[in-house]
Design a protein around this ligand. Sequence first.
Ligand code: PA5
Length: 526
Amino acid sequence: MNWSKFKAYYLNLPELGFSLDISRMSFDDAFFSTMEPKMQEAFAAMQDLEKGSIANPDENRMVGHYWLRNPQVAPTQELSQSIQSTIDKIQAVAARVHSGAIKAPAGKFTDLLVIGIGGSALGPQFVSEALGKKNRDALKVHFFDNTDPDGMDGVLDVIGDDLKTTLSVVISKSGGTPETRNGMLEAQNAYKAAGLDFSAHAIAITGEGSKLDTVAEQEGWIERLPMWDWVGGRTSETGPVGLLPAALQGIDIAGLIEGAAKMDMATRSAETLKNPAALLALMWYYASDGKGSKDMVLLPYKDRLQLFSKYLQQLVMESIGKELDLHGNKVNQGLSVYGNKGSTDQHAYVQQLRDGVHNFFVTFIEVLKDRKDTSVEVETGVTSGDFLQGFLLGTREALTGSGRDSMTITIDEVTPQAVGMLIALYERAVGFYASLVGINAYHQPGVEAGKKAAASILSLKTKIHAFLQENAGKSFDLEQIASGIGASGSEEMIFKLCRHMAANAQKQVVVEGSGDLFSAKYSFNA
Ligand code: PA5
């Protein structure tokens, strides 16, 4: 390892308790000067974005997540006021829930069920895990982040009788995402089955006038908070989406906002070598040839940060994974992200990182403070925390030894400020990287395409079910069903849908014939 390269590229931000070391990336001295013109363009684009330009052209929207932690920089006074009054409202709602001024008919709220998906769940999940105090939280937090019935049953089992004092927060920017809508309906059903009124336990966070907003208004839910169209789901953690659940859990959201605002300040610098978000974006560009040829492996050596890689997987891959560039050329951009936590991962895939296929670069996250209290010595003079750091440094050394690139982020400890800082750092790095490779980071056409495809499959399933029901008592093979519903050519899909219906008794579809899977017959069992 080269000590002078380390000193030259070690960026220390003492006022943030943060540093970034890129010296174990194998770029040469010419890299930064070659990239500087592009980086200056990225700084200029970011400045325009912060001033309120239409930085998301495909959706004709401004991109304003940076205003959330610094409302006075929003482009109009009306927006600044809307952000500030929403933060005040979040603090007030949380305080009133904690004091019991807002309570369930059965008493003070004890639990919180957050219902959302993607950008409306991953940030809250990450922050909850990173900053929670487990059984000392103000409210115990649970999530519905999928439309898996068994998954939701599991969550409801954990909540048990405490459902009567569980506050549900339903989060959907669009207010029409099926998984979240289903989660809400499943929750409503569970409350009803327990003799409880969902609306007296529910808060909505959604776009004004959305389906969810209308339902919440009509049913008289406890509160409705806004989700502005200029904040994307995956960059909404410092807006109501992230702040309300965190505040209800008892997390210091002022600290989170403060940390994000400080990192925003540091990453506005147009001096590339002093800007940690610019350095990250450039290292991603260097490592993956600006086209995602290598994966980003994230290894935080801290249990509290284990959901950071999952959160970043979405932030980076949904933002960068795009078919077209800003000029409409087909580029199929992307940057894959995966990881979990060290040293646990050393007993999983780190073996391949060191010795196997060379298709990645690593970002280590080191946390200097081990724990609140003093540690027992597990060997003379050595604590578990010493081992944790030893494993991080040892793995980094081993990877360097086998020619694998890595970076290291160091933070003092996992505090609300540090978590806000990490979120803001990566949000801006993604924005810079998108500029470097010329794509729109702020839309998600692929997610919308998936939603549309699911809708047409569900309608096919409804047709199959209606066909079998209308012809109750008769049985049909897959080809007959396909021609019966005018869907010849969709036999494979019909095969999958029939098997699912037959596996779930409430559909009353039975399968006959234990032999050839493909000539089995299906019928409706009235
Ligand atoms: O980041 C995004 O935009 C998406 O992941 C959304 O958050 C996700 O699809 C959920 O959308 P919504 O909040 O509209 O329910």
